[in-house]
Structure formats: C-alpha cells, structure tokens
Design a protein around this ligand. Structure first.
Ligand SMILES: Cc1cc2nc3c(=O)[nH]c(=O)nc-3n(C[C@H](O)[C@H](O)[C@H](O)COP(=O)(O)O)c2cc1C
Length: 399
C-alpha cells in the first residue's frame, strides 16, 4: 500500500489533522502532509513533520534540492485527502487554479481525491461553494460531508469538519475497495437484544456489539453498501453505514427480514437473547408482585428463519459457545442452512463478549475449518471478510 498525501488548509479545525494522521498510521499507512501557506499561520509545519517522520511540504519553489516534487510525489501516493478543506481550496480546484503546492499537486495526481470541507455555515451553503462542490463531484472528486452543529465562529449549521474516524473510513474505502463487494449489499446484525419484563427489568447478555460494528466498518471499507441492524450498544456507528436501531429479538427479526431480499451477504453477529418473559408489563412491577419463578418463552430464531428463506444470500452465522465449540457450531450450521459459521468460545475473560480481542473458529459446510488465533476484533473482521470475498468470487465463477 502506498502512502496518503494529506492536504491541510487554514481552518480552525486544522488540529483534527493530527488525529487523522494517527488513525492512518494505526492502519499501517504512511502520511505525507502538504500545508497551504496560510495553514502555517495556525500550526507550524514542524508538528506534522514530527508526527509523520517526513518533511511537511509548504513551498512550491523549495530550496532547489527537490525542484519538481509536485510531480515526483504523485507516484508515491494512493490517495490525496484534503482535510480540512477551505472554501478557497475548493474554489481553486473547481477552476483549475494552481498557485501553490497543494493546488498544483491536485492537478498532477492520478489517484482518487477526497475532500473534507470545513467552514462557516454561510460559506458552505453559499451558492458559489455549492456550485464548486457540484462541479468537482462531476469531475470524480469525492467528498466527506461536513457535520451540522455548533461551529467555531459561534454559528450553528452544516460546516463542521467530519470526525477524523469518518474521514479515515471514507479514505480507506477509496483505496481498499474490492471488486467482489462493489454493488453488493451487506446486512450486519450486532449487539445484544433486550427482552423486557417491565420498563426497568430485562433479559439480555454481555455482548458489546464490537464484533458486528467492526464487520460493518470493514464491509464499508471494502466497497459494499452496508445495513447495520443493531441492538443497544455504546458505539458510534461506523461511517457510511445505514443504521437501524432495535431493542428486542422480535424487532431485530422484523428489521432483518425487511432488508433480507436486497442482501447479498448477511452477517448475523448479534447475540440475540434466546428467551423473553411470558408477558411484558407497561408499568413497573412492585417487588412484592413479582413471583420468585418467572415464566419465559423462546424468542424467534432469526438465523434459522433466514436459512429457510435463503435464495441467493450468503449466510454467515456466529455461534457463541462454552465448550465443545466445533461440534455445537457445526450442528447449528447444518440445521440453519448457514454458508460459513464463525464460532467463538465465550468462557474466557479476554476474548469473546465485551472484549477488544477475539479468537474464532471458522467452519464451512464442506467440513473445512480454520482457526483464527487471538487478535483484535478489527483484525478478526478483516480475516472473516477475506473468506467472504473468496466465497463471493467462487459464486461469481459458478454463474
Ligand atoms: C481564524 C480563522 C479561521 C478560518 N477558518 C476557516 C475555515 O474553517 N474554513 C474556510 O474555508 N476558511 C477559513 N478561514 C479563511 C481562510 O483562512 C482564508 O479563506 C484563506 O485565504 C484560505 O487559504 P488556504 O485555502 O490557502 O488555506 C479562516 C480564517 C481565519 C482567520
């Protein structure tokens, strides 16, 4: 993977560029920073040079040592990201003005270009800026929409630089997109469900939703359209995914069945509660009114239902077990018509539910299996998606 060229302009949100660099580095990517001359009024280039280990570029006409760096750097990068992008740089790009290093470099690059605007809401909504953005989009330049909210100037509205995580996720999608996932709809379920007895008491499990959220992030980066049906979690949804929040197993089933006909791949990573109370009371029950033994009934088995209704979908199941992992997961895979089973042992403290790491066993219906040793859920999600890519490519060859 080549490195990222990060163009940084003169906006108060310039400080977020440091976090963007850190996130790229945590993905194993090098970054070369290009600052506009006015950006150096906010931050010294030395900060970015220290963070990246590479000299920050500001001047077009440097010391004579690297006379045509705006051309030589072109071959070293796989993406030009401009974040924060001012109204000024957007206008210059839209009209082909090349009067400093960054604007000249934009005209020279052949890789994808991603622009993350940041400005006062009036500047952003100005018809001239909007026309410039429209023009650049038509030329194939990609944009990460700014967020709405309180701006540094004290005004409220659209114009706040998108979060570094969102910008990096969109960047990675542009450089990691895979043919197998283009135009594909990936439906992911995540998190626990809650089955209420009354407004303050419920049955659930310790699932944090992390595995499902990482799978959704990975599917987005690989180029898929992602629908994430999530039970209650504390995570921010990954960039670019369509999020549908649910609480109970029944709600999750309805949401999943609604999207199922459009889905090409379904990843059932949610830890759906197996049981719910017989009876759900609208008012909080008094302690003395609750009997010591409460009756429960099974919740709908969503995976089994999907297996029954399966047409062209590639169905991936997740089995959380404590002991006899392979046998129990293989039995579920066969019974539920699953194409790939991801089994994990949740008896350990450091893997499984609510932990950052996991260790899983992948099982295929033809008897093959693969153990993925302990690693972060981010890495596990990448390994699982690589196997799904193989299955998608096999299917494509069969058609
Ligand atoms: C304190 C301050 C904050 C600014 N913030 C922004 C901003 O967020 N977005 C923007 O488009 N312009 C902003 N500007 C105006 C730009 O700095 C100005 O348009 C400049 O010419 C842009 O130059 P550059 O694109 O080469 O960095 C700000 C100016 C000042 C003084």
């Amino acid at each position: 993977m080549k490195k990222i060229a990060l163009g940084v302009c003169s906006s108060i949100s310039i400080y977020k560029a440091c976090e963007i660099i850190r996130l790229f580095q945590s993905e194993g990517l090098g970054v070369r920073v290009i600052m506009t001359e006015k950006a150096t009024r906010f931050i010294q280039p030395y900060l970015f040079t220290s963070l990246t280990g590479e000299r920050t570029i500001v001047e077009l006409f440097d010391d004579g040592q690297r006379p045509i760096e705006h051309i030589s750097l072109v071959d070293e990068i796989s993406l030009l990201l401009i974040a924060p992008a001012t109204a000024n740089i957007i206008a210059k790009m839209a009209s082909g003005v090349a009067d400093d290093f960054l604007s000249t470099f934009y005209l020279a690059v052949k890789c994808p270009v991603l622009v993350a605007p940041a400005m006062n809401e009036a500047m952003y909504l100005h018809p001239q800026t909007q026309e410039n953005i429209k023009k650049l989009k038509a030329l194939g330049v990609n944009f990460v929409e700014p967020e709405s909210g309180y701006l540094a100037c004290g005004k409220q509205g659209p114009g706040r630089l998108a979060s570094p995580r969102t910008i990096v996720d969109h960047s990675l999608r542009l450089i990691r997109s895979r043919e197998a996932f283009r135009g594909k709809v990936v439906l992911v379920t995540a998190g626990p469900t809650r089955e209420f007895l009354d407004p303050v008491r419920f049955l659930s499990n310790p699932s944090s939703g992390k595995m499902g959220y990482e799978l959704a992030r990975e599917a987005f980066q690989l180029g898929a359209e992602v629908i994430l049906v999530s039970g209650p979690t504390y995570f921010e949804p990954p960039a670019g995914v369509h999020l549908e929040k649910v609480t109970t197993a029944e709600e999750m089933k309805q949401a999943v069945l609604k999207h199922y006909p459009r889905a090409d791949v379904v990843l059932m990573a949610a830890a759906v509660a197996d049981f719910r109370f017989c009876g759900n009371f609208r008012e909080k029950l008094r302690k003395q009114d609750i009997r010591p033994v409460l009756e429960v009934e099974p919740t709908p088995d969503i995976l089994e239902e999907l297996g029954r209704r399966k047409e062209r979908q590639l169905l991936v199941g997740f089995a959380a077990e404590t002991g006899e992992l392979r046998e129990k997961a293989a039995e579920k895979m066969t019974r539920k018509g699953v194409d790939l089973m991801v089994a994990n042992d949740v008896s350990g403290q450091e893997t499984g539910f609510a932990s950052d790491d996991n260790e899983v066993l992948l099982i295929w219906p033809d008897g093959r299996s693969r153990k993925i040793p302990r690693m972060s859920k981010r890495k596990i999600s990448q390994e699982i998606m690589k196997e799904i890519e193989v299955l998608l490519n096999e299917r494509r060859r069969q058609i």
